[in-house]
Structures are given as C-alpha cells and as structure tokens.
Design a protein around this ligand. Structure first.
Ligand code: PEP
Ligand code: MN
Length: 375
C-alpha cells in the first residue's frame, strides 16, 4: 500500500510525527519513506509492506496529512501501474522531459575511441537538432582481449565536447560502482557541461548489487537494458530493484533476445513488447535496434533492416531509440558493422519522425474507436 502525503508536509511538525507513529504501529507491517524532489514540490510517499490486506484504505485515507492511498498489486510496487494510481510517469533531467508520452533519439558512439570522432559525432547531432546521445566509456566485452573502453580517461573530453555542442543528456553504461563515482567527479571537475543517464547493460540486468548502488543515487536517471536471456518479468523486477532503493527515474530498454531463432540478426527483435512494458509499468520505454539487428543490411525496398526494426518499436509507442552511429565505422573499435554513418543521421531522424507520427495517428484512431463504445 502506498500512502501519498500532502505536498510539502512539514516533516518537523506534530501532524507528520503523529501520522508516522500511527503507520509504524500498524500490526505486521513495515513502513519505508520515499521522497521525490520535483521542481515545484517535494512529494513524500510511505510504502507499507507486509500484511496490508486487512488495512482499510478509507481509515488511512482519513488520517491527517494523507493526500491519497493506493493499494498496489504485489508486482512492481513502485514502477508498476496500479488501480486508481494517478502517480505521474514524468521526470525531467537536465531540461529534457521523459515519460511514456515523450520521444527522443539517442544516436552516438557505441564506444568512445578518439576525441576527433567524438567531436564529429557531437557536431552532427547539433547540426540535426539533437540534444541527446550515447557514448560508451566502459565496455563489457565477451573477450578479455577485446578493447574494454577508455574508461575515465575519456570522460573530460566527452563531457566538454557535449557541452560545446549543446548535448544535454548522454546515455553511458556503467558496470561498477567506481564508474558512477568517476562520472560524477568528472562532471563536477568540468563544471557540469552536460548530463549523464547511467546505462545498465544486458549482461548486468540481474547484477543486484550494482542495481542497488545505482538505485541509491538519485542524481542520474537510469537506462536499464532487458536481460537477453531472462523473462520480461525478471527484467521488470530488476527495474524495480532500482526504484525500491529510491531511484524511480528509470527507462526500460528492449534490445533483442539471445537465440538463434533470430538469425541472421544478432538478437531476436522483441519490440512487440513495447506496449506490454507500458501497460505493466509507468516507465518510458526505449528500443535499441543496433544491438538487436547488428548489421547494416538493406532490404530490397531500400530500407536498412536496422531502421525497419527501430520503426517497428516507434510505431508501437517507444519513447526513445538508442542507436549506434560512427563517423568512420571501419575504424570503430566496437560494433562497427552495425554503426550508421553520419550522413545517414538526418535520414534516420526523418524516418523515426514518420514512425512517431504513425504511432500518434494510430492512438487517435484507437481512441475514436473506443469512444464509439462498439468494440
Ligand atoms: C551497448 O548499448 O553498447 C551494449 C553493450 O548493449 P547491450 O548491453 O544491450 O548488449
Ligand atoms: Mn555495442
């Protein structure tokens, strides 16, 4: 059960003390306080867990200081959708809005290699009106002999170049607690020229200790990749780990599943599940066509298979596309064969715009149908 307190309730006042004393004395339940600091107000929620089925919602609703009470189903307590749950799905990060209604493209380098390539990428993004990108500094690789990423040494120039070209948000994978600290320290040293969303890769979806660490900080939102060999339910529970530790600014990313049934694609594209994730949870949903498709093959219709897959996700309501680009894919140190060229960037953006408009037209159509009450 979630008890939503009145906005800006005085935490030092007697009303709050009485309410908390009452809630913590309820039999067979434990309470946990979560504070959401928004631009306009601080929202305090108390999570009651344990034997809450016998509690009366009306009784708790009528306690002084309580705004609303939501009874949650067992699953995905924080991020899930529950009956009569009006909690917003929206968050802003560094001036960029994220919700199940927004749409952004995160085009960029799978792995940072040289400052020149980073600059070419950032400049192309700015030239095409983009404020988000992806940049890999810490790369989890199948082989220990493969390039592991430049790590913290590349962070200063990546952040400074992002600032120079007006990039507000970078999605960057972390695989260890030290990476979170290095990113934070470098942002401070360089004067916060940009913002970073911490990406948890598919190999770490169930790295529970990493999830807890990343979930405990609320400075950076998190982009969580679906685990490539586990059920959707298991991956959504991984997202819930982040939220239960305090960070509910979580974007969920579909990136294809590991099975040979997807051959010749690198992974089996799972973007039909975009609406499922939106139905079960309140998270914005991202699709990653690069790691799903894994090649630059073009269909006989002239369209890249990677763009077809991305469009399928966007037509189904995806809120974000994470996609690999590189100024010179033949020189890329990681995943060159799937990187799009900078000359393809405006075309890709236009293609995604078409898909997004198709999605909006489709939701209008469905809602007109629902309004007729004849289904
Ligand atoms: C990536 O986005 O660079 C990446 C390694 O993705 P995934 O974790 O989905 O394999
Ligand atoms: Mn990659």
């Amino acid at each position: 059960m979630i008890v939503i307190l009145q906005a800006d309730i005085d935490k030092q006042g007697p009303e709050y003390a009485q309410l908390m004393a009452h809630l913590s004395n309820l039999p067979n339940t434990q309470s946990r306080v979560h504070e959401e600091v928004g631009t306009h107000q601080v929202l305090t929620e108390v999570y009651l867990v344990g034997d809450t089925s016998s509690l009366s919602m009306e009784d708790i609703q009528s306690l002084p200081g309580v705004e609303r009470v939501v009874r949650v189903s067992q699953e995905y307590r924080v991020l899930g959708r529950h009956k009569d749950d009006l909690r917003s799905t929206h968050f802003d990060y560094n001036g960029v809005p994220f919700s199940q209604d927004t749409f952004h493209i995160f085009a960029g380098l799978c792995a940072v290699d040289t400052p020149e390539h980073v600059e070419e990428m950032m400049k192309a993004l700015q030239d095409n009106g983009q404020v988000c990108t992806r940049m890999g500094a810490y790369k989890p690789r199948t082989s220990p002999y493969a390039f592991q990423g430049h790590g913290k040494t590349c962070l200063p120039y990546v952040f400074e170049l992002a600032g120079k070209y007006g990039i507000k948000v970078i999605a960057m994978e972390v695989t260890h607690e030290s990476h979170v600290n290095e990113i934070q320290e470098t942002l401070e040293q360089t004067g916060h020229p940009t913002g970073v969303i911490l990406q948890i890769g598919t190999r770490n979806t169930q790295n529970f200790e990493l999830l807890k660490i990343v979930g405990r900080q609320q400075t950076h939102p998190v982009l969580l990749k679906r685990g490539f060999g586990i059920t959707l339910e298991e991956s959504l529970n991984a997202a819930e780990y982040l939220a239960s530790e305090g960070n509910r600014k979580v974007i969920f990313c579909l990136r294809g599943m590991k099975t040979n049934l997807g051959d010749p694609h690198r992974n089996f594209v799972d973007f039909s599940q975009v609406p499922v994730v939106k139905r079960l949870t309140r998270m914005p949903v991202c699709v990653d066509p690069s790691h799903s498709v894994g090649s630059r093959d073009r269909g006989p219709d002239g369209v890249l298979e990677l763009a077809h897959a991305a469009a399928q996700g966007v037509v189904a309501g995806a809120n974000m596309v994470l996609v690999d680009f590189h100024p010179h894919p033949e020189k890329a140190l990681v995943d060159g064969p799937q990187a799009l060229l900078l000359t393809e960037l405006p075309w890709f953006i236009e293609d995604m715009k078409i898909a997004r408009e198709a999605y909006i037209a489709r939701t209008d159509l469905a809602n007109r149908q629902l309004a007729t009450n004849v289904i």
